[in-house]
Design a protein. Structure first.
Length: 184
């Protein structure tokens, strides 16, 4: 392992820490975090290729190449169907109890992410992702937030059965940032 890969692995752990300790609604933690490296990155890339091919979404195929070439990947998701309990209505339901009831009815997804989701849990997810990428930036690790890799992570169950939405942040330490100037 090169010194750069060792550093990227260390920063991935710091990013997971940043996501875990990010502020959350009512101080309740519904965030799920995992660091993937090695063979698991290959499996994630394969799942992205399969999803992209099955749904004719070319950017999944492009992003899969980035995942396969990454040094590590931080995956951050949320238990979005775990309502906060403030009845804000942002989810489209009149109460958190209604959201929870509808979420229990869900059987087959057919979509990349499972819904309905609590808007505050989705906000928590965004804050956790922002905290993680800020940590990568502070340590000069190239990264990119990927919906596509998050979709594959949910499909593979990398964050468990309770994860309804996830995003992935692949990491790289090269002479040039591989996550930009990409061909579609």
């Amino acid at each position: 392992m090169t010194v750069e890969r060792t550093a990227v692995s260390t920063v991935a752990g710091l990013m997971a820490l940043a996501a875990r300790t990010a502020p959350k609604a009512k101080g309740e933690d519904a965030i799920l975090v995992r660091v993937s490296e090695g063979k698991e990155l290959a499996s994630l890339a394969e799942a992205m290729n399969a999803f992209g091919s099955a749904h004719n979404i070319s950017f999944f195929l492009r992003d899969a190449k980035n995942i396969a070439a990454s040094d590590a990947c931080v995956i951050i998701g949320a238990k979005g169907d775990m309502p906060v309990g403030v009845n804000c209505g942002a989810c489209g339901f009149g109460s958190c109890a209604e959201l929870a009831k509808e979420a229990k009815k869900r059987t087959i997804r057919g979509t990349p992410f499972a819904g309905p989701n609590c808007a505050m849990r989705m906000t928590d997810l965004g804050i956790a992702i922002g905290s993680a990428v800020k940590t990568a930036q502070i340590h000069n690790v190239d990264n990119r937030i990927m919906y596509s890799a998050g979709t594959a992570a949910v499909e593979l169950g990398l964050l468990g059965k309770t994860c309804t939405v996830a995003y992935a942040i692949p990491l790289s330490a090269r002479g040039k940032n591989m996550f930009f100037d990409r061909q579609v």
